[in-house]
Design a protein around this ligand. Structure first.
Ligand code: CP
Length: 315
């Protein structure tokens, strides 16, 4: 079978089910590679990957770097704080400059929604969105779906996923809410009224302004942190009050299906949106999500820049 090829990976919006499934299946092969004693394949030998991060990141930046290196690419990391953007250079000029160095893939995280799309219009390189403002974080949604498939089976049809917390400001929520229905899962969005998107119901998602009914019978509980860096005004009385009403405790988790998965994209605010014992407990797949992140980003790089087929289990 030939896998679909794509020039850019800018979002889940517009992605076909075929491409999503191909990425998730390819990531399985790469997960196996990342678990070998020698975690290297030559799939991107001779290619150059630029990681351009204008916002803080631990998981996404590191996993894209590891993904590129494990595929044999030359990887260069550029963070806004050490780049010439601090001297007033525009995004346009930064991209044109990097383009002149013949990058094959530009991975970009930016606080402005749509920044990766603008870069994609101007760059000769393939562009992967590593999170843009409140818009999308496609590789996070893919690694979340990958983790669900690893634990619940490949067919997510009918699985109930409760995404809880600051939905309005979360690009992770948005990308997941687009991807999961494509894979047959049901999405429940739960958050304080001030943190729910206005048209969420019209767009076909089940919406809750209390956490308890959203958790009832859920197969997956995905908790989100409050995006304090994107809050213009106080949208809840205090962190203590937020935690009391919205925090995932063991007692609340008992409302979900027995064996339900607890997920969180990170970084966690322990004791706020999730109790420490739940984050570290037997239902938690938070660290498997991180492991999946490397494999999924290898699959994303392969989708955008690979020429030969992905490695087989024997290679
Ligand atoms: N989940 C996520 O995007 O984490 P980082 O901000 O650490 O990359």
């Amino acid at each position: 079978m030939t896998e679909p090829r794509q020039r850019h990976l800018l979002g889940i919006a517009g992605m076909s089910r075929e491409v999503a499934l191909s990425l998730l299946d390819t990531a399985k092969v790469f997960l196996e590679v990342t678990r070998r004693p020698v975690r290297k394949v030559p799939t991107l030998r001779g290619k150059t990957v630029l990681n351009l991060f204008f916002e803080a990141s631990t998981r996404t930046r590191t996993s894209f770097e590891l993904a590129g290196k494990r595929m044999g690419a030359d990887v260069v990391n550029i963070s806004a704080s050490t780049s010439s953007t601090t001297k007033g250079e525009t995004l346009h000029d930064t991209v044109a400059t990097l383009d002149a160095m013949h990058a094959d893939v530009v991975v970009i995280r930016h606080s402005a929604s749509g920044a990766p799309h603008i870069v994609a219009q101007r760059s000769r390189a393939a562009v992967i969105n590593a999170g843009d403002g409140m818009h999308e974080h496609p590789t996070q949604a893919l690694l979340d779906a990958f983790t669900m498939r690893q634990h619940l089976g490949d067919d997510l049809s009918g699985k109930v996923v409760a995404i809880c917390g600051d939905i309005l400001h979360s690009r992770v929520a948005r990308s997941n809410a687009l991807l999961l229905p494509l894979l047959g899962a049901r999405v429940r969005l739960a958050g304080p009224r001030t943190m729910l998107p206005h048209r969420a119901r019209d767009l076909g998602w089940e919406v809750y302004d209390r956490i308890e009914p959203a958790l009832e019978g859920a197969d997956v509980v995905m908790m989100l942190r409050i995006q304090r860096e994107r809050l213009g005004a106080a949208l809840f009385p205090s962190l203590r009050e937020y935690s009391r009403v919205w925090g995932l405790t063991g007692q609340r988790l008992a409302l979900a299906r027995p064996g339900a998965l607890v997920m969180h994209p990170g970084p966690l605010n322990r004791g706020v949106e999730i109790a420490g014992d739940v984050a570290d407990g037997p239902h938690s797949v938070i660290l498997p999500q991180v492991e999946a992140g490397v494999a999924v980003r290898m699959a994303a790089l392969y989708l955008c820049a690979g020429e030969s087929g992905p490695p087989t289990a024997q290679e």
